[in-house]
Design a protein around this ligand. Structure first.
Ligand SMILES: [Fe+2]
Length: 429
């Protein structure tokens, strides 16, 4: 067996184990809850990630037959693969049981190992490519698992909420002052310039011209965002996009998701360690694109800074590539903080680009010039979602470290709040 194949098997096994480890603190009931339509129950994530390997690798390459019930329940959105359980109804299905799903994971793992350790496959290059894709797919679902577990455990009244784990001891700190880093105008390459495996939406590498701009050295903090809240930011329609203001009115938004004001006026927030006072120095998170955009508009107005706004995708990528993206040191899922950390170490011109919180960019999620989707059924993975979503960059404290790249493009509808989404400000110069 080649070293590359041995490494791939190790990465496969480590990834599969990590998904189960994330669920270890859950009670049996927690696996079945769908706390809102966007949140899949944990049993479904564990089953669907197995289905991905079975459907895309085992079935076509070994003739493996997937149980019809599992096939129906665990297909996410692939029209190519036929009828499926509706996304919003995953929490209504009593079968497959969690035990069924866990047993099937073991079967799929054993069959994948058999295939990867053997030399029967006629096209090992494609086998390795698809296995790598399956690993990255499972890593995406690990981030979903974490953020969905947070929502499942936290949506109820306080007396019925259960923390995921004991409170992690931490020391209050002070975030570094916000400063601006300027970038010259110029023509640059964008996309997966670094090479290696990537999603189809990061290709092809292409050039683009960027006007002069400046980027904030760190993410917006809870303390800074609180000033916007207390200054009436959620009551002023002039700060908001029309769809954003409609969401504020219809859903009663008054602060980021998980923030709650106590009777004495203090703010608290839901964390994996339970409810606790808002950590002012930490980056604000669980804000929608609309809130990020309204905050930038409020900052521009209240500070009198013309051209203050959210960064464009190209600006973010240029800054990250040239000045500050180190996925080895960022705060990711592997670090087990499960929350963004304050920017305190002055160890580079731009902090928190890798990890902590996904950063909303002003760009709609669109194909790069010359985009070509993956071949076969995986053409449904990304391309068909390039509609009505915004791009986010950088990864979060719930992203597995080996999953992220400088060119990585995440995307969510503009009203999404249950992910670890935060704000970095930019300015036109
Ligand atoms: Fe999926």
């Amino acid at each position: 067996m080649t070293t590359a194949r041995t490494d791939l098997i190790e990465h496969f096994l480590r990834t599969r184990r990590a998904s189960l480890d994330l669920c270890a603190p859950l009670q049996p009931e927690d696996y079945r809850i769908q706390s809102m339509p966007d949140v899949s129950p944990p049993w479904w994530n564990l089953g669907h990630t197995s289905w991905f390997f079975a459907k895309n690798i085992l079935a076509p390459r070994t003739g493996y037959e997937i149980d019809r019930g599992l096939d129906y329940a665990l297909n996410s959105y692939y029209e190519t693969h036929g009828p499926r359980l509706a996304r919003a109804q995953r929490g209504l299905a009593p079968r497959p049981t969690t035990a069924d799903v866990l047993a099937w994971r073991t079967t799929v793992d054993a069959r994948m190992l058999e295939l990867l350790e053997g030399d029967d496959d006629q096209d090992p290059t494609t086998l390795e490519l698809l296995t790598t894709t399956g690993i990255h797919h499972e890593q995406q679902h690990q981030e979903l698992l974490v953020t969905e577990i947070k929502h499942i455990l936290g949506w109820n009244i306080e007396a019925l909420r259960a923390p995921y784990r004991d409170e992690q001891p931490s020391v209050a700190t002070t975030a570094l002052p916000l400063e601006w880093r300027a970038f010259e105008p110029g023509l640059h390459a964008f996309g997966n310039c670094e090479g290696g495996w990537c999603w189809d939406n990061e290709l092809p590498v292409h050039r683009g011209y960027v006007e002069a701009f400046a980027l904030a050295n760190r993410l917006v903090t809870n303390e800074e965002y609180l000033e916007f809240v207390e200054d009436g930011g959620y009551r002023d329609p002039l700060l908001w996009l029309a769809n954003g203001w409609a969401a504020v009115v219809a859903r009663g938004w008054q602060a980021p998701l998980y923030w709650e004001r106590t009777a004495s006026g203090d703010w608290r927030t839901w964390t994996f360690g339970g409810m606790r006072p808002l950590r002012l120095e930490n980056p604000v998170t669980h804000v929608s694109y609309y809130e990020a955009d309204a905050y930038a508009n409020w900052m521009a107005r209240s500070r009198g800074i013309a051209g203050l706004r959210l960064p464009a995708e190209r600006e973010w990528e240029l800054a990250a590539r040239t000045q500050g993206f180190d996925h080895r040191t960022g705060n990711f899922l592997d670090d087990d903080t499960l929350e963004p950390r304050a920017a305190i170490a002055n160890d580079g011109p731009l902090l928190q680009l890798a990890g902590d919180a996904w950063e909303w960019t002003s760009n709609h999620y669109e194909p790069y010039p010359g985009y070509r989707p993956f071949e076969g059924t995986l053409m449904e993975y990304n391309g068909k979602f390039m509609d009505n979503q915004r791009v986010l960059r950088g990864g979060s404290c719930a992203t597995p470290r080996s999953h992220i790249r400088c060119s990585y493009r995440n995307f969510w509808p503009a009203d999404t709040r249950f992910q670890f989404t935060g704000i970095r400000l930019a300015r036109s110069l």
